[in-house]
Design a protein around this ligand. Structure first.
Ligand code: UD1
Ligand code: UDP
Length: 356
């Protein structure tokens, strides 16, 4: 155990999942201070992951949820700066591409604290996505860039970043391997919803480009309505709000449910006949679980899942969604794309040797 302090900043659902294996690896080597920005705050979007994955209670909860992009990020910056001044960490650790990521990154850069970015180098090359801005800026102020894939290393190279870059694999694979058996033992979601393995498709939609565009959202829901299968759709709060605002309902084959915990989500994914999503993490999980994925976007950061033949970028056109679900089955093997399930340990070893 060193006396070095690592300040981890999380705030959104996928970050709780990504941080769990890394925090486990860091324990015993570093003193970790956990900062929850409060970006996600409903029980089903936050606490459930801490409970299921045994993540300890955050040392600080900044209570910054909701609000427009700039305001949300700005309020986080103000609060994180105060925590950094009090805690004086030796390193700050951020995950992915949310506003919590960018706020943690900028706060660290301005305070002169070395910054580690897990999931560095991902690019959609679509600057209209708030996440793309968050990723690019975070990478450019990072000291340690932990890339999940070769493509992400190459993306950084194109932007002139090679120092501090480490290809470590994907911590989401670590999380999946650690939790899948537990989930199989504990989740009751299939009997609770009356579902049979293979008897339904699983859908998630939460990207602003989809939820905040009435035509795109309508086209997606029409697609779900016309699938020749039941569709289980755990609805993100952003999506629920917009569907309510526009008075949108779903066809009787679509089962709307509240967001579920990680265990139930793994089981719902593993047993579905297809996943339809605009989520980043779920595209990877579909691949890792061997379930075909229809991505409701025009581009993706996770290009290797498409190249491997298990992910189709279908966009939101109703007919394309329906036809792809009806006619497409991947025929190829699934080469290991996301490491060997020990990414968190690799990250920890690099931090130990660099921060000592
Ligand atoms: C955020 C991330 C996105 C990530 C997603 C994971 C940014 C720019 N976006 O999007 O990259 O894929 O998280 O799920 O950081 N809300 C609730 N309850 C909650 C959480 C959110 O009601 O527990 C509401 C908020 O008040 C807000 C809306 O949902 O009105 C959107 O939340 P926000 O965190 O701003 O963005 P996400 O769409 O969740
Ligand atoms: N997830 C979950 N319950 C849900 C929806 C998603 O546990 O109802 C998990 C999912 O399995 C994955 C992560 O949340 O591990 C993905 O998060 P999300 O889709 O919100 O964000 P993104 O990956 O697009 O940033």
């Amino acid at each position: 155990m060193t006396n070095k302090v690592i300040a981890t900043i999380v705030g959104a659902r996928p970050q709780f999942i990504k941080s769990a294996p890394v925090s486990r690896a860091l324990a015993g080597h570093f003193r970790e201070i956990l900062i929850h920005t409060g970006q996600h705050y409903d029980h089903g979007m936050s606490d459930v992951f801490f409970e299921e994955m045994n993540i300890r209670k955050p040392d600080f909860n900044l209570g910054v949820g909701g609000g427009p992009q700039g305001e949300q990020t700005g309020r986080m910056l103000i609060e994180i700066e105060k925590v950094f001044a009090a805690v004086k960490p030796n390193c700050a650790l951020v995950y992915g591409d949310t506003n919590s990521t960018l706020a943690g990154a900028l706060s660290a850069a301005k305070a002169g604290i070395p910054l580690a970015h897990v999931e560095a180098g991902l690019r959609s090359y679509n600057r209209a996505m708030p996440e793309e801005i968050n990723r690019v800026l975070t990478d450019h102020v990072s000291t340690f860039l932990f890339c999940p894939t070769d493509v992400s290393v190459a993306n950084l190279e194109k932007e002139g970043i090679s120092r501090g870059v480490h290809q470590v694999g994907d911590v989401m694979y670590d999380a999946l391997l650690h939790n899948l058996e537990l989930a199989r033992g504990r989740s009751q979601i299939l009997p609770r919803l009356g579902l049979k393995p293979g008897g339904y498709a699983l859908a998630t939609v939460h990207r602003a480009a989809n939820t905040d565009d009435r035509n795109r959202m309508h086209s997606i829901l029409e697609g779900f309505a016309n699938l020749k299968t039941r569709v289980v759709f755990p609805v993100h709060p952003r999506t629920r709000k917009m569907m309510q605002e526009w008075g949108m309902s779903v066809h009787s084959n679509v089962l709307l449910i509240e967001p579920v915990g990680y265990f139930d989500m793994l089981i719902l994914q593993e047993n579905s006949n297809c996943i339809l999503t605009d989520s980043g993490g779920i595209q990877k999980e579909a691949y890792l679980l061997g379930v075909r994925c229809i991505t409701l976007r025009e581009e993706t950061e996770w290009v290797e899942t498409v190249a491997a033949g298990w992910n189709r970028l279908v966009g939101v056109d109703t007919q394309s969604i329906v036809e792809t679900h009806a006619a497409w089955q991947p025929q190829t093997e699934r080469p290991p794309l996301y490491g060997n399930g020990h990414s968190a340990e690799k990250i920890c070893r690099i931090l130990i040797s660099s921060l000592e």
